[in-house]
Design a protein around this ligand. Structure first.
Ligand SMILES: *Cc1c(COP(=O)(O)O)cnc(C)c1O
Length: 428
């Protein structure tokens, strides 16, 4: 594979941008090699500046459930652009998108839009603290909720890859308010509640996608809900990734447990920068200007971004059966990866939720971050490189989730499995 232009571009980028990237995981540090610089995308594929074509299982880390250049979304964006990029004043499209989401999520009466998942979670936590008048929060090891100060403690995703449980620049006085629990381990949550009676909220990815794909057990979520109720603590589902990915209703289409607040991002922007947080009316009405909890954004609810998001969400609502098809393909892909590994005597743990898939080079089931970290990242790195060479673009870390888009047909899945067989030979 020729990456000549990407190598040059990466060197040039590194002169002006730290590490040459605007988000750490993109630098391919944990798998080695040079990240291909992308020129364009089309359907299931992306093309780099050297002209290599890849089947894209990253999809901009989740948003592009319809693949690249979906005609309807593209059209909606172009139409919006022609009416003006931004006004900083209310527009109709914000209410339209809000209504779509509120109608779908029983736990959400009102919602506010922001520009990223990070901002959504940060704001939700502020509301939870303001509403409960408590300061502490509980988060789970390996769950990623964006890079805001209070949440950058034992985070997954890029932070896991780099082995930095927290980051310099985050004051200890702030992270003191963040209690850490083990995913799928209710006793660890009880211990947090025993050590503090000042807990505003528990934040969780109900389907964790940032330590690899690790869903929460139903029983665990139920007990979590009970603990929150008993302690007058809000339960926040971070569905920035799982929302509109695991099912039309995200994790909430799968579990019966109802959160008090929900955060969104990724798919609800249709590929544009959008995040959102919502919850019960009495909680959300505390937000300024209705209430006293401050939160704002110059470009929040941007009409171009809202138009892309509205089209994506509307299309999904109109075709709810896409999820069955996406899940069938995800299962087929994971079954294929597993067989390819097993043929070479390699153990692989696989998981699927809707259009999300994950695999660990691990001989034991992965239930939490500790389990995830026991995976063989060297094997993952080889697999990743061998797949990339063969035109398959997978997330460049063991601790990420892969995605199926509606642009992928069965032939593409079968082709990927064939390549996985070849790659597993190299892994072994
Ligand atoms: C991606 C993600 C975030 C952060 O969203 P950004 O848009 O990258 O800031 C937060 N929570 C979860 C669960 C995510 O997957």
């Amino acid at each position: 594979m020729n990456l000549k232009k990407s190598i040059e571009a990466f060197n040039e980028a590194k002169k002006y941008i730290p590490g040459g990237v605007d988000s750490p995981v993109r630098a391919f540090k944990s798998v080695g090699g040079t990240p291909p610089f992308i020129e364009k995308g089309e359907g299931a594929y992306i093309y780099d500046i050297d002209g290599n074509r890849y089947i894209d299982y990253v999809q901009s880390w989740g948003p592009l459930i319809f693949g690249h250049r979906d005609k309807d979304i593209e059209e909606a964006v172009i139409k919006a652009v022609k009416r003006g990029l931004s006004f900083g004043a209310p527009t109709l499209i914000e209410t339209k998108l809000a209504k779509e989401i509120v109608e779908l999520f029983e736990s959400v009466d009102k919602i506010r839009f922001v520009n990223s998942g990070t901002e959504a979670v940060m704001s939700a936590i502020r509301v939870a603290r303001g509403y409960t008048l408590k300061d502490d929060i509980i988060k789970f090891k390996g769950c990623y909720h964006g890079h805001s100060d209070s949440l950058l403690v034992q985070a997954g995703s890029g932070a896991a890859t780099f082995g930095t449980p927290s980051s310099p620049g985050v004051p200890a006085s702030l992270t003191n308010h963040t209690l850490l629990a083990e995913y799928n381990d209710i006793e660890s949550v009880k211990r947090c509640f025993e050590s503090s009676n000042n807990i505003a909220c528990v934040i969780i990815e109900p389907i964790a996608g940032n330590m690899g794909l690790v869903p929460a057990d139903e029983e665990f979520l139920k007990e979590l809900r009970e603990l929150c109720d008993k302690n007058e603590t809000l339960l926040i589902f971070d569905e920035v990734m799982s929302g509109f990915r695991a099912s039309l209703k995200g994790a909430q289409g799968i579990t019966s447990v109802k959160p008090d607040m929900v955060t969104f991002g990724k798919v609800i922007g249709g590929g544009m920068p959008v995040g959102a947080f919502g919850g019960r009316e009495e909680i959300m009405n505390r937000l300024s200007p209705e209430g006293d909890i401050y939160q704002a954004g110059t470009l929040s609810g941007n009409p171009v971004a809202m138009s892309a998001g509205f089209k994506a969400v509307r299309k999904l609502k109109e075709n709810p059966s896409v999820y069955e098809d996406l899940e069938r393909k995800a299962k087929k892909l994971m079954q294929g990866f597993k067989e390819a590994a097993n043929e070479r005597g390699i153990s692989l743990q696989t998981e699927v939720r809707g259009s999300m898939f994950g695999f660990f080079f691990n001989s034991k089931p992965v239930k939490n971050f500790t389990d995830a970290l026991s995976s063989d990242t060297d094997r993952f790195a080889v697999f990743h490189q061998e797949m990339l060479k063969r035109g398959v673009y997978l997330a460049c870390s063991q601790f990420e989730t892969g995605f199926i888009s509606t642009a992928m047909d069965d032939k593409i899945i079968e082709e990927t499995i064939q390549k996985a067989k070849e790659a597993m030979r190299e892994v072994a």
